[in-house]
Design a protein around this ligand. Structure first.
Ligand code: SAM
Length: 276
């Protein structure tokens, strides 16, 4: 790692001035990057899928930890810098130029891949929801280690009854464990964003029996779409929902944010059963 050129030099040599439209806030502190790369556990010989490597700071840390990295980057200016890094780690780094939202990751990343990314904020939540709503469970990814704005990170790990608890919390917790692994001060980024950040670590658990992802997706969308309304109002257009509340003895005057993740699971299972 010590033989690598300083990241600031790489950025200057390739003219990688941060582009706001691409959500670019770079991390340059090697120690912090190594701490992030350690969050998924020992990566020696493991596969990692990285979104938005930019000039390659986090990529270096992942390679330094011994991982095989497939990295998707949309900004063509970064590709030459990443190719230099690839040459220093022969056979360890595959660079895929393109838009991570438009890519079928399963075609480029091996089964059992860890996903690690300092994501562009504007696409982070969309990718998270995509990865959390995979039909196949266990999914193709082994863990997610993702940077978010701290406020979004809090929503992902929130517990019932808190204002941050919502659709994202249920999607992240009904068949996964989600925790904030590290808070990252805004001053760690170049340029610093307006808000603080935090890294969320997600690992898949055994999925509960008899619940399909589409039903829990529709249920959480309806419930939290009108989170201030009573369930009898917010769920009235969801077929089977009111009947299922009754069957389970869940009071229909409750509001979305008071239901536990387990209650959402039970409700989705019961709604699914009414459709069969
Ligand atoms: N990982 C680098 C780091 O930690 O310093 C860069 C992080 S920067 C917040 C986000 C990176 O994602 C940028 O390099 C940006 O060009 C890239 N990016 C933005 N939108 C993307 C997309 N849709 N697909 C792939 N990469 C994207």
């Amino acid at each position: 790692m010590s033989s690598l050129p300083p990241l600031r030099d790489v950025i200057a040599r390739h003219g990688l001035r941060a582009n706001k439209a691409l959500g670019q806030n770079f991390l340059l502190d090697g120690q912090l990057l190594a701490r992030i790369a350690a969050i998924p556990g020992d990566l020696d010989g493991q596969n990692v899928y990285e979104v938005g490597p930019g000039p390659g700071g986090l990529t270096r840390a992942l390679l330094g930890a011994g991982a095989y990295v497939v990295a998707v980057e949309r900004d063509d200016r970064c590709i030459a810098a990443l190719e230099e890094l690839s040459a220093l780690f022969p056979g360890k780094l595959t660079i895929v130029p393109g838009d991570a939202l438009a890519i079928d990751e399963t075609e480029i990343a091996a089964d059992g891949t860890h996903i690690v990314a300092n994501l562009p904020y504007n696409i982070g939540t969309a990718l998270l929801v995509r990865w959390l709503t995979e039909e196949k469970w266990q999914p193709w990814w082994r863990s997610l280690t993702l940077m978010f704005q701290e406020e979004v990170a809090r929503r992902i790990v929130a517990r019932p009854g808190s204002p941050a608890y919502g659709r994202l919390s249920v999607l992240a917790q009904w068949r996964s464990a989600a925790a904030i692994a590290l808070k990252v001060h805004r001053s760690a980024f170049v340029p610093p964003p307006k808000v603080m950040s935090a890294i969320v670590h997600v690992t898949p658990k055994q999925a509960p029996d008899g619940v399909d992802v589409q039903t829990i997706g529709n249920l959480t969308q309806a419930a939290f779409g009108q989170r201030r309304k009573m369930l009898r109002q917010s769920l009235k257009n969801l077929p089977g929902a009111l009947e299922s509340l009754d069957t389970l003895g869940i009071d229909e005057t409750r509001r979305a944010e008071t239901l536990s993740v387990d209650e959402y699971v039970d409700l989705a299972r019961a709604i699914g059963a009414t459709a069969r």
